[in-house]
Design a protein around this ligand. Sequence first.
Ligand SMILES: Nc1ncnc2c1ncn2[C@@H]1O[C@H](COP(=O)(O)OP(=O)(O)OP(=O)(O)O)[C@@H](O)[C@H]1O
Length: 259
Amino acid sequence: MNLPVLEVTDLTFRRGRPILKGISWRVEAGEHWCILGPNGCGKTSLINLITGYDSATGGSLRIGESVFGDDDWREVRRRVGLVTNTLTTYLESGEPVIDVISSGREAKLNLIEEPPAAVRREAARLLKQVGCEYLKEAVWGPLSQGEKQKVLICRALMAKFQVLILDEPCAGLDPVARENYLRWMESLAVQPDSPSLVMVTHHVEEILPSITHCLLLKDGQVHAAGTKEEVLNSRNLSEIYGAPLKLGRRKGRYWLHLA
Ligand SMILES: Nc1ncnc2c1ncn2[C@@H]1O[C@H](COP(=O)(O)OP(=O)(O)OP(=O)(O)O)[C@@H](O)[C@H]1O
């Protein structure tokens, strides 16, 4: 039997009041997901549970063979990568870019010792792959938002995660940088050894052709989950956002406006 890459079952999370109210969701190998939902519906809370930064109140969570509660959670965390802008605040401005990427191998920040030469070579190879070879002597602080996003993804790829969660990866990018970044993500997603990507976004135009499935959340619950074709439509989006919306599609990309 093939195990899912990620599976949450009846997951609940309370902080004074119920925030996640029984989420069940399954990601199979080879699938790439997008999570959509209005402000405050519980997207970040769900990610924090999956990445082990918070503890669920109830339900179960499986990453590959590891079940939360049965296994050492630090081991589980090695399988799920998170690329979030929050990381940028923890990185020291003078940290060399190659070290930022290399630090992903052990999931550590701000290395004290120089990483081994083989790890640095791998970091440089990834940097070249994302079209940023020119940054190999650079330090973290002065990088542009788009460069930082690419460096953070290189860092996550060093760890060879099974699931890579991208939390609003295009936030702060100008329209051209965003489009270039999305194209690069697309080329990453279609590689046979790509981890399963889970992208959290507020913008349907960022849903790439390689994204196969969508999870729509509303008020701490799953409103719909399935293939893009099944769940991404004007009716579902109007229901989750509580306003009449019209979804358009052209050449595999989407746009949304008030009906
Ligand atoms: N630790 C906590 N203590 C109290 N309330 C919390 C906590 N974490 C989240 N919440 C609340 O839970 C709800 C869901 O928050 P969450 O950040 O998961 O939403 P979100 O879908 O990521 O929103 P956004 O799109 O605005 O980022 C919010 O009402 C938030 O105030």
